[in-house]
Ligand binder design. Structure first.
Ligand code: ATP
Ligand code: MG
Length: 419
């Protein structure tokens, strides 16, 4: 038997309804905030990610699904969406019409990581990206929107961790201080961090390995190294979050795995997901549009981890199937023919209805209706047919009403919609 590839999974009916509900709410909120949907391919040139995300990151070093096309050109299943959105922003000349643009996109990402709970090789993200606004108001609006999204879904126990990563002016000084700090602790670091200590020391303070966490206790804090402009930007962000009553925690240890972040970075965390505690992450990436050969344009965005969010919201309930409101039960060939026409008419008019296609006994049809957990059963047997009436049975109250065959479909829809 052919099975799923490791790290990949199916989202089945019963679960998918929860996903649909989350997605519908995300779309409404994002569009209320002025974000427009952009749909992008899941495969791009490898260069887009190696240049955009940075070669010293976990993603580019070891997590990408890359393979050559028939001419040997590198292509990659997207590990994240930001670089692709930036590419589209530049490629379609959005900056020319109005540099301020807000986009969102929802879809699968691919990373070759070790699969575990909350960590898959194909996973889904809801991304929002905003271009052309350098003001801290953009940072505040984005974090406020994210906060509304999680509270609107009643996600339990979430806190937004915020930090600033500084800018090309102040970050190198912090990096030097950090390099000096870790240089005599390399023997206590994991093998990845021993390498990172030289190439990308910020990543060492982000490492989840307990030994590394201990080794970097007392490391210099970026908060002590911000330049005047970055400090003012950060303070304005914090003030804005206070004004809108967004709960946050300043976390000087929060750095993000991707190189392109500048200034504000944030991560929404929950204690309910165990080790995979981040449900969303994002930040400002003022340098990225230029890195990818567009005009120098400030930008900020985030990605929500859809799989982890669905796991959080689905932890208690197991089945999100919505029962159909109606089952049509018919007995005898003549009745079944009529019932099928009704079924098609109900479906066409937007009422979800089911029936038995096989001519089973009434008893087994009623069993089937119960399995569907329908609200009503419409019964058409030989007697009913003779009387020109069908019976509509409310499965909760067990009440039955007769409905004339003439004009039945609209009549039944009206009765069901009445409750
Ligand atoms: P982590 O530290 O958990 O690896 P990350 O920093 O790699 O996260 P981002 O690139 O910021 O994650 O992606 C944003 C969100 O996407 C994360 O907060 C997480 O919820 C989700 N996510 C990232 N990688 C995976 C994965 N392999 N499987 C499921 N969800 C993921
Ligand atoms: Mg990761």
């Amino acid at each position: 038997m052919i099975k799923l590839i490791r790290g990949f999974r199916d989202i089945l009916p019963g679960d998918v309804e929860l996903w649909q509900d989350i997605e519908a709410k995300a779309r409404v909120l994002l569009e209320n905030f002025g974000f427009r949907e952009i749909r992008l391919p899941i495969m791009e040139s490898t260069d887009l990610f190696s240049r955009g995300i940075g070669t010293d990151t976990d993603i580019v070093e070891k997590e990408m699904y890359s393979f050559p096309d028939s001419k040997g050109r590198g292509q990659t299943l997207r590990p994240e969406a930001t670089a692709s959105v930036v590419r589209a922003y530049i490629e379609h000349g959005f900056a020319g019409s109005d540099p301020v643009q807000k986009f969102y996109t929802i879809g699968p990402m691919f990373r070759h990581e070790r699969p575990q709970k909350g960590r898959y090789r194909q996973f889904y993200q809801i991304n929002a990206e905003m271009y052309g606004v350098a003001s801290p108001l953009a940072d505040v609006q984005i974090m406020y929107m994210l906060h509304l999204f999680f509270t609107g879904l009643s996600v339990p126990d979430v806190v937004t961790h915020v930090n600033s990563l500084g800018c090309p002016e102040c970050r190198p000084k912090f990096r030097d201080a950090l390099t000096a700090f870790v240089s005599d602790k390399t023997d206590r670091l994991c093998s990845d961090c021993q390498r990172r200590a030289k190439t990308n020391p910020l990543r060492v303070i982000d490492c989840k390995v307990p030994g590394c966490k201990e080794a970097v206790e007392g490391a210099p804090s970026i908060q002590d190294h911000l330049c005047q402009d970055c400090r003012e930007h950060f303070e304005a962000v914090i003030k804005g979050l206070d004004n809108l009553s967004v709960p946050y925690e300043i976390n000087p240890r929060l750095v993000r795995g991707l190189d392109y972040y500048t200034r504000t970075t944030f991560e929404v965390q929950t204690s309910l997901l165990g080790a995979q505690n981040a449900v969303a992450g994002g930040g400002r990436y003022d340098g990225l549009v230029k890195i990818l050969e567009g005009k120098d344009t400030p930008a900020i965005g985030f990605a929500i981890g859809f799989d982890r969010l669905a796991a959080l919201l689905g932890a208690e309930e197991k089945d999100f199937t919505v029962p159909p409101p109606l089952f049509v039960a018919a007995l005898g060939a003549e009745a079944q023919k009529i019932a099928f026409d009704w079924l098609c008419a109900f479906n066409a008019k937007g009422l979800r209805a089911e029936m038995d296609y096989e001519g089973k006994s009434l008893k087994s049809q009623m069993k089937q209706a119960n399995r569907f957990r329908v609200g009503h059963v419409l019964i058409l047997g030989e007697t009913e047919l003779q009387n020109n009436k069908a019976v509509l049975r409310n499965m909760d109250t067990k009440e039955q009403v007769e409905v004339a065959l003439d004009g039945l479909v609209d009549q039944v829809i009206a009765l069901i919609n009445q409750g």
